[in-house]
Structure formats: C-alpha cells, structure tokens
Design a protein around this ligand. Sequence first.
Ligand code: NAD
Length: 260
Amino acid sequence: MQLDSKVAVVTGAASGLGAAIARAFIREGARVGIADINLAAAEAFAAELRTSGGQAMALQMDVTDEVQVEQGVGRVAEAFGGIDILVSNAGFQHLDAIADVSFANWKRILAVHLDGGFLTTRACLRHMYRQGRGGAIILMGSVHSKEASVSKGPYVVAKHGLLGLCRTVAKEGAAHGVRANLICPGYVRTPLVETQIPELAERMGISDAQLISEVMLRTTVDGEFTSDTDIADVAVFLAAFPSAALTGQSINVSHGWNMG
Ligand code: NAD
C-alpha cells in the first residue's frame, strides 16, 4: 500500500478523473475527503467507497468559496488526523473564442480553476506546515497548461496559470517537506469531454468521429485516448514519491500529445 494511513482531499471527486484518483488512493490505503460542488454525488460515491471497506467522507465544497474550502479541509483534518495530500482537480470546460466569450464566463472559468487551485492549496498547506510531516500538492493541469487550442481561451489561460502556482508552491513548500506537481492529461473520456465532443464538432462543421481523430487525437503517437486509470496511477506515484527530487514538475499523460 503506497499511501497507507495518509489523508487526502480530492476536489471534483464525484466524477471523472477525481473519482478515479479517489478510488486509487483508497486502494493504496489512504483516507479520502470526497469534495465536490455536487454534494449528492459526493455522498453517493463516498458511501460506495465505504461499502467496499474504504475510509471516505463526502464534503460539500464549491472550490471558489473560501469558507466552504476552509471548513471542508478542516473537517477532513479533524476526522482523519491532518492532511497529507491535496489533489486540486475540480474543473469544467467552456467553449468560446476569445472574441466571443462573455466576461462572466471568463471570470467563472478562471475562478474555478485558479481561485479554486489557490484556495484549496492554501488551506491544505496551512495544515501541512503546522503538522510538520510534509505533504504533496497535486494540481490538475492539462496539456492546455502548455499549449492552446481554438475555442478554449479561458481554460487554456487558467491551466497555464496552474503551472505558476505549482512552481511557486514547490519553492515555498520545500522548507516544510511539501512537494507540488502538476498532472497534464491529454483527452480522457469523462463527462467533461463527452459533452464537448458534439459541441466542438458542430462549431467546426465536422463529424464527432472527425473531431476525435483529426483534432483531439491527431498529434498523439497512437491515436488513443488517455484513460482515467492512467491519470490515477500518476497521481498515486506523485503522492507517494519519497523526496523533493520530484517537485515543481508538470507531467504530460497524453499518449505523446505535446512532449514539452
Ligand atoms: P468531470 O466533469 O467528469 O468532473 C469534474 C468534477 O468537478 C464534477 O464532479 C463537478 O461537479 C466538479 N466541480 C465542478 N465545478 C466545481 C466547483 N466549483 N467546486 C467543486 N467541484 C466542482 O471532469 P473531468 O474530466 O474529470 O475533469 C477533472 C479535471 O481534469 C478538470 O480540472 C479538468 O480541467 C481536468 N482535465 C480533464 C481532461 C479530460 O480530458 N477529461 C483533460 C485535461 C484536464
């Protein structure tokens, strides 16, 4: 068990990548706070994890709400005995060209990804620093932390911003034994991607199949989607890594899409 007795908070854990990561963390012996804006889904998932013997608690958390973040992280620390790992993963996609995007949509996507990344990181760092037993901050970036695609401007900007947060936390956290790393997935068929396939295909005037092969997966090495378990395996690896040899890094998990 690579995460035996560790305590983790995973945001956006009721669906997609967050759920896969939470499941893998439980398998590796961690106790996990299942934080999501969708409380009913978080509760159902936490109950399922407990039924199979895991230690999981559901948290109502909109990551843009400072009070909910502070209280949610505090509840996990109190119930499970501190905080060792954060996976700041909550997110959504919004499709619009920069010339068309409303200011409200721009601000909302930056808020969920960047304010959410900051607030959850700050809350967990304070526990980690106080506890004095180190920790791992894992931020969910994207290949869009390193390159752009049309119609995804606010998302691309937000994901680039998380690279800066990761690198800063790596430097500041080092004195406290806290590492910070960014996972940069390629396309994974979660609800986030399933909803954007028809929308983007329609905008581009092509079929869903063309969008997948000629746009989404065009520059992978093998034309394959990344899987949620690929991402979960990397999250376990980063969470369990024993030293600061691996900090401040951004790791593409994308079938070779973007090698930077
Ligand atoms: P998903 O839609 O399956 O899950 C996202 C979860 O985040 C949902 O449970 C949702 O309720 C929650 N959420 C949304 N806004 C929230 C908020 N304000 N506070 C708390 N929870 C909130 O999506 P996913 O594909 O699993 O995406 C997870 C993360 O991975 C996102 O940050 C996304 O940008 C990133 N990512 C996904 C892909 C992909 O291909 N799926 C690729 C690169 C990066």
